[in-house]
Write a protein that binds this ligand. Structure first.
Ligand SMILES: *[C@@H]1O[C@H](CO)[C@@H](O)[C@H](O)[C@H]1NC(C)=O
Ligand SMILES: *[C@@H]1O[C@H](CO)[C@@H](O)[C@H](O)[C@H]1NC(C)=O
Ligand SMILES: *[C@@H]1O[C@H](CO)[C@@H](O)[C@H](O)[C@H]1NC(C)=O
Ligand SMILES: *[C@@H]1O[C@H](CO)[C@@H](O)[C@H](O)[C@H]1NC(C)=O
Ligand SMILES: *[C@@H]1O[C@H](CO)[C@@H](O)[C@H](O)[C@H]1NC(C)=O
Length: 397
């Protein structure tokens, strides 16, 4: 008697999930066999059959797998926090600074609409999450939030990625021209925003264009990708080193290369316990030089050995549309990446669970405490509430 009842109860629980107000369900079988399939092109969005773009934007949490209900919870929300029109000031390096409940981020360095790169550095800005969180019932709160410029001193030239580091924030700097060497800089997240160079060379050689940085939660080491985007945006000379991932040991100062074989390494993060590393390769996106659709738009996973070296490179996900830029995990080990239509979420086996669909490119994003996420979509800044919690270490190191 008891067993069948229990099964019936579990079964009805699983199948009777209510689709949240801001969510829609996509049946994968609905697009496996399409009437027409378009020839190769650089497309920006994939609309599931039966949905217009307006409908897909009105319900931006797209459920591709039942496990996405646990990621988004019963009442996820998405809010436009700020819009600029053309200047891509909401680009990368989103970092939550808990003591002030603020989120920092940087402008796209080198983008034509930003007017930055060879002659002018990009800027760092911040928002107050207290101010933003109070607006989560709005769909578009643009104009209601203060976006504050942070005058790093000395300036971090053409900053790109960033993460929490020993109570402060470590940024990658892509450098400028031949003489301003790129590297890693640390900034005090409070006035006077004083900065210090952490690393700016590999045995006296300039890095190419450090893109993103993550701290491994197990060993506390700082790992960063060195890509070529400053060169591909015409503000740095041709590469003097292969595109690689480096590891900086804060106790000894040692810098070592841990992975190569990339076209354009980009985002980097670790699983919650630090035992896996994820690196995105955005070789398909050549900035001022267009696209190469047969090059990677892929997330690779590595095992992080106990000694901090990497092994077992494997393809975790080939992403579509666009390229996977920023990448972060939640505390359950699910992997999130900013791609051509918003933020996509995979389980640890690389199955797409769902999307936070923006209908346009997201460059990066960051969890900012449990159930809160800030998404950088170049000319638009978004705030999402959901059930998941980010895995990036905030205070430990
Ligand atoms: C940088 O400044 C030089 C000299 O003023 C100018 O010729 C050049 O066009 C500028 N480059 C960019 C990318 O703005
Ligand atoms: C939000 O409103 C602003 C100001 O009216 C507008 O410029 C922006 O495009 C809107 N954003 C969205 C995603 O609708
Ligand atoms: C760097 O220096 C080389 C050699 O002097 C020069 O050809 C090149 O234009 C310079 N590049 C930049 C981005 O300043
Ligand atoms: C900023 O200055 C304070 C006070 O001198 C110092 O403790 C801190 O390490 C500095 N931070 C950076 C990143 O330079
Ligand atoms: C595009 O990328 C592929 C894979 O990396 C490479 O083999 C090919 O040469 C590239 N094509 C062009 C036109 O650069």
């Amino acid at each position: 008697m008891a067993l069948p009842l229990l099964f019936a109860f579990l079964f009805s629980e699983a199948s009777a999930r209510t689709v949240p107000d801001q969510a829609l369900v996509v049946n994968w079988n609905s697009f496996n066999a399409l009437e027409t399939v378009q020839p190769p092109s650089v497309t920006n969005v994939f609309l599931p059959p039966g949905f217009t773009e307006e409908q897909a934007l009105a319900k931006p949490f797209h459920i591709y797998d039942d496990d996405f209900y646990d990621v988004i919870g019963p009442n996820p929300t998405l809010t436009v926090v700020a819009s600029t029109g053309v200047d891509p000031i909401f680009h990368e390096a989103a970092v939550w600074y808990p003591p002030a409940n603020e989120v920092f981020f940087v402008q796209n360095a080198g983008a034509k609409a930003a007017g930055t790169g060879l002659n002018k550095s990009n800027i760092i800005q911040k928002i107050s999450l207290n101010q933003v969180a109070a607006l989560s019932a709005e769909r578009n709160a643009s104009g209601l939030v203060d976006v504050i410029t942070v005058n790093a001193n000395p300036p971090i030239v053409n900053s790109n990625g960033a993460t929490n580091y020993r109570g402060e924030i470590v940024f990658t700097s892509e450098g400028q021209g031949n003489s301003t060497a790129p590297g890693l800089w640390v900034m005090n997240p409070q006035e006077p925003y004083n900065t210090t160079v952490l690393v700016n060379n590999y045995f006296g050689r300039q890095f190419n264009s450090p893109n993103d940085v993550a701290v491994n939660p197990r060993n506390g080491d700082v790992y960063f990708t060195d890509s070529l985007y400053a060169y591909l945006q015409d503000f740095r000379p041709p590469p003097g080193l292969p595109t690689q991932v480096y590891r900086f040991n804060p106790s000894t100062g040692a810098v070592t290369a841990v992975a190569d074989g990339f076209e354009l390494p980009n985002g980097i993060t670790f699983s919650p316990d630090g035992s896996y590393a994820y690196v995105t390769d955005t070789g398909a996106q050549l900035a001022f030089y267009g696209y190469n659709l047969s090059a990677p738009a892929s997330i690779y996973r590595y095992t992080v050995e106990v000694d901090g070296t990497w092994s077992n490179r494997k393809l975790f996900s080939y992403t579509s549309p666009g390229i996977p830029d920023g990448v972060h995990c939640d505390t359950k080990g699910n992997v999130y990446s900013a791609v051509g239509d918003g933020v996509q979420v995979w389980n640890p086996s690389g199955t797409l669970l769902g999307k936070i669909f923006l209908g346009s490119v997201a460059a990066n994003f960051r969890f900012a405490g449990k159930g809160r996420m800030v998404i950088l979509a170049q000319t638009q800044l978004y705030y999402a509430t959901l059930a998941a919690e980010g895995a990036d270490p905030v205070n430990e190191f």
